[in-house]
Design a protein around this ligand. Structure first.
Ligand code: F6P
Length: 332
């Protein structure tokens, strides 16, 4: 193998740059030519390629976002789109591809490796931390810290005004990011898609807190929860608003809503995410050099391991129910 490509795809995640840097410099160290592909699979189809040298990835390890830019590419979901992509990769002499992204990007990587002789390796990067076969994905730690910073600030104003705040966090269908941020942030209640909740219980807890002198509360709500309560609100954008209104109606407490949104995806990557990006990026190059394809790299109990992409897509990454219980106990 002489020439490989690297791209970042799907939702960006802090630490992606550290992974791009590691892939680039490890590839050069191993005597490979390395091509940076801009805008994920869109850039493959459009042949948006750039030759990378050591200097191309200078001064990026500490930056959020991704220097290669990212995209969610609809065309690549079609066979015709992937055919175009394969032609462009072949035309560019790219024999191996490293895909840094989440599960949607991994699905694309899997199809690409099955439909061509191009070797493909995935590096897990998503703030959601919902990819199986790795304890952590790149971006998760930074996002957790961003959420904590937000909770700290919200707590200040919640205390001053004696209000209940409903804070909505990202995570798509997973509640992992929300649960762990809620535990670390001391949230009074944590609502996640994996565990049924009753607003009645949330309100009871708030009332008990009030009886023992608590005048403010933080309820953390994962964006992926199912709406299973009644509300008069018309706001379908975020369930956090409906929940806040319902809590206010049932308890009489003054509520406010903060939807953290995309600020959770930005920011300076933490040490953990830079280290993870560096280790997994370099390991992905090693896998390609070993002739592997249709694999992903992950970190399990601090050790870098590899697994078939299929396994990471079909095994579910479960939310830790014991930690959920612990968060509940500690917030009583
Ligand atoms: O997968 C990362 C993520 O930030 C999810 O948490 C969120 O649901 C989604 O991406 C948002 O995607 P977009 O930036 O395309 O709106």
């Amino acid at each position: 193998m002489d020439k490989i490509g690297v791209l970042t795809s799907g939702g960006d995640a802090p630490g992606m740059n550290a992974a791009v840097r590691a892939v680039t410099r490890k590839a050069i160290y191993e005597g490979l030519e390395i091509i940076g592909i801009k805008r994920g699979y869109t850039g493959v189809i459009e042949s948006d390629f750039m030759v990378m040298d050591r200097g191309s990835v200078a001064d990026i390890i500490h930056r959020g976002g991704t220097m290669l830019h990212s995209a969610r590419c609809e065309e690549f979901r079609t066979e015709a789109g992937r055919k175009k992509a394969i032609e462009q990769l072949k035309y560019g002499g790219i024999e191996g591809l490293i895909v840094i992204g989440g599960d949607g990007s991994f699905k694309g990587a899997q199809l690409l490796s099955e439909e061509s002789d191009i070797k493909v390796v995935g590096v897990p990067a998503t703030i959601d931390n919902d990819i199986a076969c790795t304890d952590y994905s790149i971006g998760y730690d930074t996002a957790m810290n961003t959420i904590l910073d937000a909770i700290n600030k919200i707590r200040d104003t919640a205390t001053s005004h004696e209000r209940t705040f409903v804070v909505e966090t990202m995570g798509r269908h997973s509640g992992i990011l929300t649960l762990m941020s809620g535990l670390a942030g001391g949230a009074e209640s944590i609502l996640v898609p994996e565990i049924d909740f009753s607003l009645e219980e949330v309100c009871e807890k708030l009332n008990h807190g009030y009886e023992r002198g608590k005048l403010h509360s933080i309820i953390l709500v994962a964006e992926g929860i199912e709406q299973d309560f009644t509300s008069s609100t018309d706001n379908n954008e975020s369930q956090a608003f409906a929940i806040a209104e319902e809590i206010s109606n049932r308890t009489g407490f003054e509520t406010r809503v903060t939807v953290l949104g995309h600020l959770q995806r930005g920011g300076i990557p933490t040490a953990q995410d830079r280290i993870l990006g560096s280790r997994l990026g370099a390991a992905a190059v090693d896998l390609l050099l070993e002739g592997e394809t249709n694999k992903m790299v992950g970190v399990v109990h601090e050790e870098v391991k590899s697994f078939p992409i299929e396994e990471s897509l079909t095994r579910s990454k479960d939310l830790n129910k014991e930690i959920y219980k612990l968060a509940d106990i500690l917030s009583l």
